[in-house]
Design a protein around this ligand. Structure first.
Ligand code: CDP
Length: 244
């Protein structure tokens, strides 16, 4: 973020972005509910060139037991990047970045999941990033929400996510890797579309107050598009005879 490759053309004179998209055009998004037979719920997402698999287990006993809560269930999230998921091999040891992303995804999902119905138990969400191309936390959060629903975990709403951002002084939807590296701002947003509540908001970069408001608006509109695809994934599995 912040012009590390200032010479790169992120937007041409026709307003087309480096991958040919218009300013408010998301990348191609494909979500599949189910797929992992040993998980209680699962999903797979392709979000542009991001490819991410999610497995959900639980509600189940908590080990070690002292981590359990007598009043409510707990949510545990592990976001993990495969060493081969990025151009330069990633060290397999958990990085600070993976620990941070696990935490923000957990906190973004908690308002949606009715954990209070399952005291003393844990719901575990395992996220495997097979291929990364910018925006993995949003793609992972979107897929995790589908996997939780697939596991039959009661939820108040889905959480849909996408990033807004700024390149060439223009607010854009769905920041790709080049735009993340060389652009001016990246703002991941997680949103519950029925409750109209934001559960994830981060900002890397600098925005004016007007740009900030526009990013929120563009991002929330993008989340509503993502939500339609989440519903489609679940409908395809449970009502479309296309699932497992
Ligand atoms: O993926 P997301 O945008 O949520 O998180 P980020 O920390 O802003 O990372 C942006 C992108 O940098 C990732 O999606 C990867 O494509 C890339 N990356 C990488 O090439 N090598 C890493 N060790 C970590 C991230």
């Amino acid at each position: 973020m912040g012009g590390r490759e200032a010479t790169m053309v992120l937007m041409d004179e026709n307003g087309k972005r480096c991958d040919g998209r218009t300013v408010d055009e998301p990348r191609r998004i494909m979500i599949k509910a189910g797929g992992l037979k040993n998980a209680d719920g699962s999903s797979y997402i392709e979000f542009g060139d991001n490819k991410i698999l999610v497995g959900v287990f639980g509600p189940r006993d908590v080990h070690p037991k002292h981590m359990s809560d007598t009043d409510t269930g707990i949510l545990r999230v592990r976001y993990h990047m495969e060493p081969f998921s990025v151009g330069e091999r990633k060290n397999p040891a958990p990085s600070r970045r993976e620990i941070e992303i696990s935490k923000v995804i957990k906190e973004a999902l908690e308002p949606a999941v009715m954990l209070e119905k399952f005291p003393r138990t844990a719901v575990d969400v395992f996220i495997e990033v097979l291929q990364a191309d910018g925006g993995t936390r949003c793609a992972a959060l979107t897929a995790a929400s589908v996997a939780l629903a697939d596991a039959g975990i009661p939820m108040r709403d889905m959480v849909a996510a996408i990033a807004a951002g700024k390149v060439a002084d223009t607010v854009i939807l769905d920041v790709n890797n080049e735009e993340d590296q060389a652009g001016q701002a990246d703002m991941p947003i997680g949103y519950m579309p029925n409750l109209e509540k934001i559960t994830l908001l981060q900002l890397d970069g600098v925005l004016t107050p007007e740009e900030y408001k526009k990013c929120i608006q563009v991002g929330v509109d993008g989340c509503k598009l993502v939500y339609e695809l989440q519903k489609k994934a679940l409908n395809d599995k449970y009502f479309g005879n296309k699932g497992d």
